[in-house]
Design a protein around this ligand. Structure first.
Ligand code: PLP
Length: 410
């Protein structure tokens, strides 16, 4: 495909996103005032509304002090409940199955306290070999915490030799009777592969395992139906496709069939039912909802950006975003025809991200940034990741990235 700037601009006129809702950083090089931003899979851009909404919450504190817990325009005590409905809609869950709390890896640990219950004959955990390191460290430390050997207990799934992504049938085949937990990324952070979540979940259950999903790269990227798929539990962060800012408060899902069940949980005063919390009883009385997995009272000023961002997803709709995402990613993929793309070519098996095999990706991404104003993400030793984000990326951004990459690689 030839690189035509005019064509890119025409595509943008016919298929606009919602860039006007976001602050796009100025470019530090190149011919255009704004960056072409492809790192929304790492840290999403700031919605313009985030600043004023956060300041309004912050000012409730100035105006009311402790009384803000009940009297703020958005009272702090039930603040997290404002996020539950929108988060549940985004991941295809019931509100009772969903809670926004903590950060991603912390949530994985809290959920594994309940859902990784190893026995001598069934104590293995299945992850991807290319799992994000935090997930790998989390499961290895859980295995060790229960007195097992991580080298033996953690099964790492690898693509077949010469292939870049996992085949569903190969994943299913590895789910033996010794597997206690399957914990995979819904979309792999490195390759951008979208896993077949319903099929693998069903196969894990058939093997007698619990199936949890890390949706860090899936939430806000692809439509999800966690409830209908029967997923046991899931967790995701809010600073990637969910545009809620660095270290933003994360989400967690626990399937309805586990709610109110007699599962081990680590508790604190936010685990107990809000209606009787201030009776200050020595024993907690957890509600039969995902709120029971909360521990502490949550940070209001960190939840405020999550609320603002989820409102955008509610307004636009993840299905509509996904349609634009498929078109935008297909366009970028065509423009990058000369490169080795390790992400699956089938749109049903990928989200918004394309990962390229590129030598010295760190040097390439620095040149893209400072000479062309294109922000990409490098993973040593040889991967460059580009994520056209359907909310704010444009066809013109894709054209800029492809043109800049061609120039840098020449
Ligand atoms: C981004 C990411 C994380 C980051 O973990 P935090 O607890 O949010 O710091 C973990 N796992 C995966 C798969 C990720 O993509």
């Amino acid at each position: 495909m030839t690189l035509s700037e005019t064509e890119a601009l025409e595509l943008d006129a016919n298929d606009p996103g919602h860039r006007e809702l976001f602050d796009v950083p100025p470019a530090q090089g190149g011919d255009y005032p704004e960056v072409a931003y492809f790192a929304g899979n790492s840290l999403g851009l700031r919605p313009k509304a985030t600043r004023s909404e956060l300041l309004a919450d912050l000012d409730s504190w100035a105006a009311l002090g402790v009384e803000g817990h009940l009297d703020a325009a958005r009272p702090w005590l039930p603040y997290h409940e404002l996020l539950t409905g929108p988060a549940a809609r985004l991941v295809g869950a019931l509100p009772s199955e969903t809670v926004v709390m903590n950060t991603l890896t912390v949530n994985l640990h809290l959920l594994m306290v309940s859902f990784y219950r190893p026995t001598r004959s069934r104590h293995r955990i299945v992850i991807e070999d290319s799992a994000f390191p935090s997930d790998s460290y989390a499961v290895r430390s859980q295995v060790a915490f229960h007195g097992y050997d991580a080298e033996d207990a953690v099964i790492r799934l690898r693509p077949r030799p010469g292939e870049n992504s996992l085949r569903t049938a190969d994943v299913v085949e590895q789910l033996g009777g010794d597997v206690a937990l399957v914990l995979l990324g819904g979309v792999n952070y490195l390759t951008g592969e979208l896993m077949d979540i319903p099929t693998i979940t069903k196969a894990g259950h058939a093997a007698g395992a619990i199936v949890g999903w890390d949706l860090a790269h899936a939430a806000g990227n692809v439509p999800l139906a966690l409830h209908d798929w029967g997923v046991d539990f899931a967790a995701w962060c809010s600073y990637k496709y969910l545009n809620s800012g660095p270290g933003a408060i994360a989400g967690a899902f626990v399937h309805e069939r586990h709610l109110g069940a007699d599962l081990p949980r680590f508790e604190g005063w936010w685990s107990t039912d809000a209606k009787t919390r201030f009776e200050m009883t020595p024993e907690s009385r957890p509600p039969a909802t995902a709120d029971a997995w909360q521990v502490s009272n949550p940070p209001i000023f960190s939840m405020s950006p999550v609320r603002t961002s989820l409102e955008i997803f509610d307004k636009v709709g993840i299905e509509v975003l996904r349609e634009r995402s498929v078109r935008l990613t297909a366009y970028l993929s065509e423009l990058l025809a000369g490169f080795e793309v390790i992400t699956p070519a089938d749109p049903a098996r990928r989200g918004a991200q394309l990962s390229l095999r590129v030598p010295e990706p760190g040097a390439v991404s620095r040149r893209l940034r400072f000479e062309y104003g294109v922000i990409a993400d490098s993973r040593e030793p040889d991967v460059l990741r580009l994520a056209p984000v359907p909310l704010y990326s444009t066809y013109h951004d894709c054209w800029r990235a492809a043109a800049a990459l061609a120039a840098v690689m020449a």
